[in-house]
Write a protein that binds this ligand. Structure first.
Ligand code: ANZ
Ligand code: ZN
Length: 800
């Protein structure tokens, strides 16, 4: 077996072989492991090497599980509804189902080249009526439980195209197509009441083995805060203003109030002298996005002419309006404490309003403060009977005190909003509702699902903001399932998120016609053990999926309520100059050429070798060349030394067990780039030692198999393996053999044990510290001030 490494031949051979004899089968005895990829949108542009990265990582992980005797659920499918297919249809007149089918065929061919153990019997496509029937079914269940409801909502509206625009079609406040200024238009929308799950979505995070960063993003998105609603009377009026504050302890420092321009009291309390200015201001605010409103440093606003009265001290404070107060958060009105809030400070400075500090860090008077004390921790001052109290204690007690005094009540607030669930678009799941003049909104009976997406001639959104479906009279007009009267179908469709919020449940029972997934299969194969995908989905997709899963749990369809136990986010692969790959920049690297020139195994290993998998990394053609040279060296070495049949020695034992320990350790910690370099170093060592025994060579082939499956399988079988390498058991290191070579080191943060790493005894200090930081990963927060290495014992990282 000394012929040169021919990747084309080997890869073709095993691709065919595995297709005929799948290595991953469920014999009913093995325990399951579900390793899921975020499924792709089948765009016409196909895959680039960046898309490969997550798929390679998940396949390495899947194959590693396989070699632990697991039945691995590793499926692939297509998230195929959405705007691009529809816009393509508008341009070319080709039906989206036609272009989508063509794109899927193309991308599937590419995905197959990854050499992954996908189970194609599980393949699914969100635009398939047999799939979206269940997407609609879930909506009907939500409707029945009162979680789907209708509401008027402002939408992006292009007055020139006369069309509703999706957020991604609005670029800097202008219509992406024609450049006209985008305005808002109120339209009836379907909403999903995700807020009913806010607490559970927040609390469920604790049980998940997810990157802390992602948990934090979800938790901030949900944004639960505790505080009080406080009522301020209005001087000379009956009405009062209710504000939401998280800092009722600062009530004595409220020197003015601000209402959002949309607040219902604005027209009521505005004085005749101020009316013109207030109206002009409100008209202006209506066209700004919330993000712009909150972030603007230069505050704007007008006085309403009215005064409110602080319930605690009867101070008369002016009531202003400003767009930095959002209409849909809290009560849309705030009490302003400029001494302790940055935004209020900016506003007070701009309009020359009084500033009264009420919390002092040292209890001393705070005259002439030059910036807001936003930390707001210390001793109460200028606060009447609260003077001298500790602010931290008062902050906790103030809501109850205020409630007791009758000035307001304790409250909880969330940033999370209900989910706007309708789109005025063609290429999506029709919302399965019928509008009856007598019965109102009636769900389509379950045995009539799916509501098929009809063919249309024009995909163009209509000029009254309705979906193109509204123009198909014989589809729209139907009869009411309740009373039989003439009725109309809902013409809005679902957002692209609808299918992706539950697709992972369907894979394990993809052909079931009686349920979205049978309880039996769900109990046996779900939930997902490991989910791998890009961090861009950290909030919405993952939150929506968790919401759906909790809902399905609540109606008895599932016995678990968190879909993804573990999550791994891979970084992006950037173009050769470190810039995001894009067609328009012409820096897209296609996997197809790489596979022809170097082979799938080389590409897979380079995708891993390119850098720490969590981080972005720039593509470099020389890198794949280097990996390919390594694989050839590995191939030749195995061939030559196997033929010699050398005996086992203490040295070969050390090499073998060292490699097992290294690869296992790096793989389980997802240090996949350093796992590849461990192979490279070990190959050099083996070449230098020059007398490897057959078991060591076979073990090396076995260890490399999850990374480079074709060459791994070929070498394994050439070196005496009778069954697939993927049916062999992952080897365990005999630590006795390498006792002198490696050491387990404690990793501490500020002197507290946070993990352990196993390292070669002669590893340089810098490398040990790098290894320790990798082990800590995102558990290491704060700024590192010092790194201490006590050789062979401890790494201590001191953070501030
Ligand atoms: C007085 C105060 C004093 C406040 C202080 C903060 C600091 P989170 O934590 O995000 O919930 N606020 C309330 N409703 C608002 C709205 N609709 N638009 C903009 N700001 C609003 O923030 C709650 C705080 O944000 C509230 O507490 C309120 O300002 C402001 F030293 O009240 B605070
Ligand atoms: Zn009816």
């Amino acid at each position: 077996m000394t012929e040169p490494y021919n990747h084309l031949e080997i890869e073709e051979k095993w691709r065919r072989n595995w297709e005929e004899n799948p290595v991953n089968v469920n014999d009913g005895k093995k325990s399951k492991y579900y390793c899921l990829d975020m499924f792709p949108y089948p765009s016409g542009a196909g895959l680039h090497v960046g898309h490969w990265r997550g798929y390679v990582i998940s396949d390495v992980w899947s194959r590693y599980q396989l070699m632990h005797g697991k039945y691995v659920i590793h499926p692939m499918g297509w998230d195929a509804f959405g705007l691009p297919a529809e816009n393509y249809a508008i341009k070319t007149g080709q039906h989206p189902s036609v272009s989508t089918a063509a794109n899927i065929a193309g991308i599937k061919k590419q995905v197959k080249q990854i050499g992954a153990i996908y189970d194609w019997d599980m393949e699914l496509n969100t635009t398939d009526p047999a799939f979206y029937r269940w997407t609609q079914w879930i909506f009907v269940q939500m409707f029945k439980k009162g979680l789907a409801y209708e509401k008027e909502m402002p939408l992006n509206w292009c007055p020139n195209c006369k069309a509703v625009l999706a957020n991604e079609e609005v670029v800097n406040g202008k219509c992406e197509r024609c450049g006209a200024e985008v305005t808002k238009k109120n339209l009836r929308q379907w909403m999903l009441k995700i807020t009913a799950y806010a607490d559970r979505l927040l609390e469920g995070l604790d049980s998940l083995d997810w990157p802390d960063k992602v948990k934090k993003m979800q938790s901030e998105w949900i944004g639960r805060s505790y505080g009080a609603e406080v009522n301020f009377g209005l001087a000379g009026r009956e009405e009062s203003i209710t504000v939401y504050t998280t800092r009722p302890d600062t009530l004595w420092g409220a020197t003015f109030m601000v209402l959002s321009p949309e607040h219902a009291l604005v027209p009521v309390i505005t004085s005749p002298e101020q009316t013109a200015a207030v109206e002009a201001y409100c008209a202006d605010a209506a066209n700004k996005s919330n993000v712009d409103r909150v972030q603007a440093k230069d505050k704007t606003g007008v006085w309403t002419g009215a005064y409110a009265v602080n319930p605690l001290n009867n101070a008369k404070v002016p009531v202003w309006i400003s767009d930095y107060v959002l209409a849909d958060y809290g009560t849309g009105a705030i009490m302003c404490v400029p001494a302790h809030d940055e935004r209020d400070w900016d506003f007070a400075k701009k309009f020359d309003l009084p500033i009264i500090p009420v919390i002092s860090p040292d209890g001393n008077d705070m005259q002439n403060i030059t910036e807001p004390y936003v930390t707001a921790v210390g001793t109460m001052i200028n606060s009447g009977s609260w003077n001298g109290m500790k602010s931290e204690k008062l902050k906790k007690e103030a809501p109850a005190i205020i409630e007791k005094l009758g000035y307001g009540k304790k409250t909880v607030n969330y940033k999370l909003r209900d989910w706007v669930f309708s789109r005025q678009r063609y290429w999506g799941e029709p919302i399965p509702i019928i509008h009856c003049p007598h019965c109102g909104a009636v769900p389509v009976p379950e045995d009539q699902l799916p509501v098929m997406l009809p063919n249309v001639e024009s995909y163009q959104p209509t000029d009254n903001g309705e979906s193109p479906l509204a123009a198909i009279d014989d589809w729209v007009n139907t009869t009411c399932p309740c009373c039989g009267a003439p009725a109309k179908r809902e013409t809005n469709t679902m957002p692209q998120w609808a299918g992706s919020s539950w697709y992972f449940l369907r894979y394990v029972d993809a052909h079931n016609e009686d349920a979205l997934v049978s309880r039996e299969k769900a109990d046996a194969f779900l939930p997902v053990d490991m989910y791998i995908g890009g961090v861009e989905h950290a909030v919405l997709h993952l939150l929506y999926s968790r919401f759906y899963t909790k809902f399905l749990h609540d109606i008895g369809a599932l016995d678990f309520d968190e879909p993804f136990q573990r999550l791994f986010n891979q970084g992006m692969i950037l173009g050769p100059k470190g810039i995001k790959m894009s067609k328009s920049l012409g820096n897209v690297v296609s996997p197809d050429d790489m596979i022809r020139d170097y082979g799938c195994d080389s590409l897979r290993m380079y995708e891993l070798f390119i850098g720490p998998p969590q981080q972005d990394a720039a593509w470099d053609d020389r890198g794949i060349d280097g990996v390919n040279r390594f694989l050839r060296r590995f191939w030749n070495l195995c061939g030559e030394q196997y033929a010699q049949d050398y005996p086992e020695t203490a040295e070969t034992l050390r090499i073998r067990n060292g490699l097992i320990a290294d690869i296992t350790d790096r793989l389980t910690r997802f240090n996949l780039n350093t796992a590849v370099s461990a192979f490279m170093e070990c190959t050099n060592r083996m070449a230098a030692a020059g007398n490897m025994d057959r078991k060591t060579l076979r073990t090396a082939a076995q260890l490399i198999a999850p990374f480079a499956p074709h060459i791994g399988e070929e070498l394994w079988q050439r070196m005496g393996g009778t069954d697939s390498v993927f049916h062999s058991r992952w080897p365990e290191a005999d630590l006795e053999a390498i006792r002198e070579d490696v050491k387990e080191i404690a990793v501490q943060v500020n002197g507290k044990l946070r993990g352990k790493i196993t390292i070669p005894v002669d590893m340089a200090k810098e490398e040990v510290i790098a290894e320790a930081r990798r082990e800590l990963d995102d558990r290491l927060t704060g700024t590192v001030v010092k790194e201490i290495y006590v050789p062979g014992k401890i790494v201590n990282i001191v953070v501030k």
